[in-house]
Design a protein. Structure first.
Length: 359
């Protein structure tokens, strides 16, 4: 019976997040995307942090009253992963099949999606934002459950590095939900359609693969990680967060108020009659300095876990490298078509693609 519940758990949790996203109070904000065929910007109702708090509180209460052990999601993680894979596939088919062909092959349409900006319940739920919210909350529940398993197995000699690694992942989730509005202005929201890549990615890959540094290490004892390595991992994570969050916030404020300074950095741009491109602050360091930040954060999480010679946890930052370097190339092609000669001028002004002075 518990194995069946393990399979159903991610499906039930996703459904509960949908209901909370619909029913909890939220604030309406105007996004970056323009509705097709109009000059009207899309509106979004955001309450991700409230949903997160309710879900974590519910998880704690279930464990506190002995209804569901705190480490239950870890002990049935493989069944949960199977259930998530199934629901992710069904969701992807359901969100692609009703819409007309966009690309030459069905496989490409299934992978990339057909519909761009889907909303439900009279706009109260944006499907992309719900997907990211579901992935974030499920990741946090996995992190808490995995950490609980480690504590139950090794306390009082548990690994401080596991605590710090779990704390970094939790910070990553809370930070995303705190700045939920900022992500309405990022590549995922305005450039991608809803298909297998986004649907299965948020329902399966995000909550399970992102936890792989803990998945691979919480069943192991404290490796006695030296203090200097833990400190280094924290510094790498913080540097990555500053680059990622700082760059995203700078661009967010620039798009909302082009004349507004950010952290006392006055916006400098190059442009033409139609477009302006930011070339100061974080965006003067490289064209995608936020991508470097994401990679550094992932590396810090892996190092903190305490087994730097183990290959499995390193799949997390390697995934970011493959994803973001590929995305940078796609974004470059898209921007070349959109901005034309202005983009050539921008590339001369900001030489580095992701890593300043290297790439």
């Amino acid at each position: 019976m518990e194995k069946l519940l393990g399979i159903l758990a991610p499906i039930l949790i996703s459904g509960l997040i949908f209901l909370l996203n619909l029913l909890l109070p939220g604030r309406w904000v105007t996004g970056y995307i323009t509705k097709p065929g109009t000059n009207e910007k899309m509106r979004y109702r955001l309450n991700g942090l409230s949903v997160f708090i309710v879900m974590v509180a519910a998880w704690y209460l279930l464990g506190y009253f002995g209804l569901v052990p705190f480490d239950w999601l870890y002990r049935f993680r493989w069944f949960g992963l199977a259930g998530a894979c199934f629901s992710g596939l069904i969701f992807s088919l359901a969100i692609v099949l009703p819409f007309g062909r966009v690309r030459r092959s069905f496989a490409a349409d299934l992978w990339f999606g057909r519909a761009a900006n889907l909303q439900a319940a009279k706009g109260k739920i944006d499907i992309k934002m719900w997907l990211y919210l579901t992935g974030a909350v499920m990741l946090e529940l996995n992190v808490l459950s995995f950490l609980s398993f480690h504590l139950n197995s090794f306390s009082p000699d548990s690994s401080p590095g596991i605590f710090i690694s779990a704390g970094m992942l939790s910070f990553f989730v809370i930070d995303y939900l705190t700045f939920e509005e900022v992500h309405l202005y990022t590549y995922d929201l305005f450039a991608e359609r809803v298909g297998f890549k986004l649907g299965w990615g948020c329902l399966v890959f995000y909550p399970y693969f992102y936890a792989i540094p803990l998945w691979a290490t919480v069943s192991m004892p404290d490796p006695g990680t030296p203090g200097w390595l833990i400190t280094t991992s924290v510094l790498i994570f913080i540097c990555g967060w500053i680059l990622s969050r700082g760059a995203n916030l700078q661009k967010f404020f620039f798009k909302k108020s082009p004349e507004r300074s950010f952290l006392r950095i006055r916006p400098q741009t190059i442009g033409n009659d139609s477009y302006s491109l930011l070339v100061s602050g974080f965006w003067g360091l490289s064209r995608h300095i936020n991508y470097l930040g994401e990679i550094l954060m992932a590396a810090g999480i892996v190092l903190a876990a305490g087994y730097p010679s183990m290959l499995l946890p390193w799949l997390y930052p390697v995934y970011y490298i493959l994803l973001l370097f590929t995305r940078q190339a796609d974004d470059n092609r898209r921007c070349t078509l959109k901005y034309g000669e202005l983009w050539n001028d921008y590339e001369k002004r900001v030489r580095w693609k992701i890593i300043p002075f290297i790439y």
